[in-house]
Design a protein around this ligand. Structure first.
Ligand SMILES: [Ca+2]
Ligand SMILES: [Ca+2]
Length: 187
């Protein structure tokens, strides 16, 4: 069973990715997301816009493969909840199952990292991170960024993101830094 904090994070995240608020997560939400990102970042070059679309849509395909259990290319709130439950169950099972789940979350984290970063320097800066959240209409500030930057380098590394994604999905510790990956949870 997932804990109450996990349930709140699942619901917050679903609301965020359901960009058009129709109660379903679909490819269209991610197309809108890519448009908003392009807008926030002033990406006007068609080739760069296409690259951004591609990155954001590959993230959708990853989520869809994991959570769309009835294969109709849309994720309902129930499917989303079931996906989070399944993640938790597989962690509790341990062994190979747990290992596969952690690997899958790591892939998700690497994909997220690719989507956030704008330069090839192997890190995510505070400005990149805040722009990213801004495109989600999420208010976040320096303090949230600093929590995720747990080794205090001033940038987020891929490892910081991996740890954050892991905690975002799996932790019920109210003090886990990864809880704020998508901003503060609504009260
Ligand atoms: Ca939607
Ligand atoms: Ca479905």
């Amino acid at each position: 069973m997932i804990g109450d904090l996990q349930r709140r994070k699942a619901s917050h995240y679903f609301d965020l990715i359901d960009e058009d608020d129709n109660g379903l997560v679909e490819a269209a939400d991610f197309e809108l997301r890519a448009d908003r990102l392009a807008e926030t970042r002033n990406v006007t070059d068609p080739e760069a816009q296409a690259e951004l679309q591609k990155r954001v849509l590959s993230w959708w395909e990853h989520l869809c493969a994991l959570a769309d259990t009835d294969d109709d290319d849309r994720i309902t709130r129930e499917e989303w909840q079931t996906y989070w439950e399944a993640l938790q169950v597989s962690i509790e099972e341990g062994g190979e199952t747990e290992k596969r789940t952690l690997e899958s979350l790591e892939r998700a984290a690497r994909g997220t990292f690719e989507a956030i970063r704008r330069t090839e320097d192997g890190t995510v800066t505070e400005a990149e991170y805040l722009d990213w959240l801004h495109a989600w209409n999420v208010e976040a500030d320096r303090a949230d960024f600093d929590r995720l930057d747990r080794d205090g380098t001033g940038n987020l590394s891929e490892d910081d993101l991996i740890q954050a994604v892991r905690e975002f999905y799996l932790s019920n510790d109210p003090n886990a830094p990864g809880n704020v990956l998508y901003g503060e949870l609504p009260g």
